[in-house]
Ligand binder design. Structure first.
Ligand code: FE
Length: 203
């Protein structure tokens, strides 16, 4: 099989496209409506809702407790409810434990707080290697986790989705929630990276 074959659309993509064409053709849905849904989860929600929750948890110990006790309820407090957001669990990084999220079966992901999953999250290598060799996967993302730190891998399902609460970076005392949220990347909330350091902010 030539390499080009791996770039052909998957059966799921073909089915989605066929379904979209049919719905549009029958006048059941407008292309603009579909575009709006994708735009919402890809760009508007994106990972900003999750970043806001993390920043709030860093800034407010009471909110942090509520987030760790019941992340779905804590997200709902902020109005973050909707598709694939039910049964959300927050898992907290500490100096002794680092959390990494995967969906080994498919691509379960907390849309309401992180938007749509990145392509690599859905790839077969990530789905298997996050479990079999998490340290190597982390290293490929540039994330060094010392041998003394336990790595906890969380396998998402349609019943339970996970949000990593990264450690608050040093040098951020007195920062506002808005400032803190800029340090919280999507990858940090999946657990493949740490939160940014203040000096890593680009603007
Ligand atoms: Fe899945």
């Amino acid at each position: 099989m030539s390499r080009e074959h791996s770039h052909l659309p998957s059966e799921t993509e073909l089915r989605a496209r066929a379904l979209e064409s049919l719905l549009v053709e029958k006048g059941l849905v407008k292309p603009a409506t579909l575009d709006a849904i994708i735009e919402t989860y890809q760009n508007q929600v994106g990972p900003r809702n999750g970043a806001h929750l993390v920043a709030l948890a860093w800034a407010d110990a009471d909110f942090r407790q509520r987030l760790l006790a019941d992340a779905s309820a804590a997200a709902a407090e902020m109005g973050y409810i909707g598709r694939q957001g039910e049964h959300l669990q927050a898992v907290e990084n500490t100096p002794r434990a680092h959390n990494l999220v995967v969906c080994t079966l498919c691509s379960c992901y907390p849309w309401t707080v992180l938007g749509l999953p990145p392509v690599w999250y859905k790839s077969a290598p990530y789905r298997s290697r996050a479990v079999s060799e998490p340290r190597a996967v982390l290293a490929e993302f540039g994330t060094e986790v010392s041998e003394e730190v336990e790595i906890r891998v969380w396998d998402s399902t349609s019943e339970m989705r996970y949000l990593v609460l990264p450690m608050r970076p040093p040098g951020t005392d007195g920062w506002s929630v808005e400032q803190l949220s800029r340090l919280v990347t999507r990858n940090a909330m999946i657990g493949v990276e740490q939160a940014l350091l203040p000096e890593q902010l680009t603007s």
